[in-house]
Design a binder for this molecule. Sequence first.
Ligand code: FES
Ligand code: FES
Length: 162
Amino acid sequence: MAQEKIVTLRVNGKEVKIIAPAHRTLLEALRHEGFVEIKCGCEKGDCGACAVLLDGNPVDSCLTLAWHAEGCEVTTIKGLGNTDNPDPLQKAFIETGGAQCGYCTPGMIISARALLNDNPNPSLADIKQGLGGNLCRCTGYTRIFEAVELAAREIRRERQET
Ligand code: FES
Ligand code: FES
């Protein structure tokens, strides 16, 4: 019987081993290991709910094969911050009401984080483009865009103070 392929990667700074047969997606493998903060939506690359950072780049984990992540660093929404020390985006989504049912929020914030890492002063058009792969059924997007603008201002202010 063929041995199952085991892949070692890091998730939010900690080493994790996942079972990665050829067809298994990173979304399936990581949720199986308990990383259920990565949301499972369409499973075909349409909604962005499953977005994670893979070595700093945003990817849809439903379109990424698990074995492809060997040796990589995966960042999920929980790796960005927590209740005691939230990422500015997490704070801003709460303040503006950018999270309602919240199902899209982990992927939305991951995509927004990637955008702000590249461009800390995005225009509204930049934000719309950066979040173009993330669908939300609840908010009408306006509050999400406000949240990203608010977080961007906060990040720029923090940088000026340091
Ligand atoms: S679940 Fe991956 S894009 Fe929808
Ligand atoms: S807040 Fe419900 S899908 Fe976006």
